[in-house]
Write a protein that binds this ligand. Sequence first.
Ligand code: SF4
Ligand code: SF4
Ligand code: FES
Length: 238
Amino acid sequence: MPVTTLTIDGTPVAVETGSTILEAAQEAGVRIPTLCHLDGVSDVGACRLCLVEITGTRKLLPACVTEVAEEMEVHTNTEKLQEYRRMVVEMLFSEGNHVCAVCVSNGHCELQNMAVELGMDHSRFSYRFPQRDVDISHPQFGIDHNRCIFCTRCVRVCDELEGAHVWDVAHRCAGLKIVAGLDQPWGDVDACTSCGKCVDACPTGAIFRKGSTVAEMTRDRGKLEFLQQAREKGEWTR
Ligand code: SF4
Ligand code: SF4
Ligand code: FES
């Protein structure tokens, strides 16, 4: 197994060549904040929370989709990065409609936790108050587009773990939307197996189980990890 050596926050690390900086950091016990990353599915670099600084490079690079290189010097927690991360979270709050007090995920929300972790207590950007809908056409689940942060975790688990590809990303810029089927009501999409993997993958209160009351929605990430590992090891094939 070819190995690449680099430093992360001054500590030497040796990882399998081809690993991402995020994987190297995880191996070294260094926590890099993430939102769109989900263990077990592919990375897309959508949220930009995991930006890191690399000596000799002016650009900030997303750790989840940047491969390690020999003698790379990675810095994961500089003042500049803390400032950028706070700004990213402020933008996420101001471009959606997040009213935590009446949200099913209040207290169990990765976006909310991230805001607390980064010390974000207000947004310097004006709130956009977009007009977005709520789809409760599915018998068991619902999606509130007001709380979606476009991390695409739902899209990737449905495609890569369930193989149903119910979810997709449609439109652009301010019109960006996560859609079911061909932008149909979720309940009308025959391909949906009602497995609930998207419910467990969603980091916010956007996808929820019907009947969950305020602050009640918890997610079972362990289930997704178990499924992914079982698939990788071929545990269910004969
Ligand atoms: S999704 Fe998270 S941040 Fe948004 S309203 Fe719900 S608890 Fe608050
Ligand atoms: S619905 Fe949830 S999982 Fe899907 S993109 Fe929005 S926030 Fe991410
Ligand atoms: S976790 Fe890397 S860009 Fe979102």
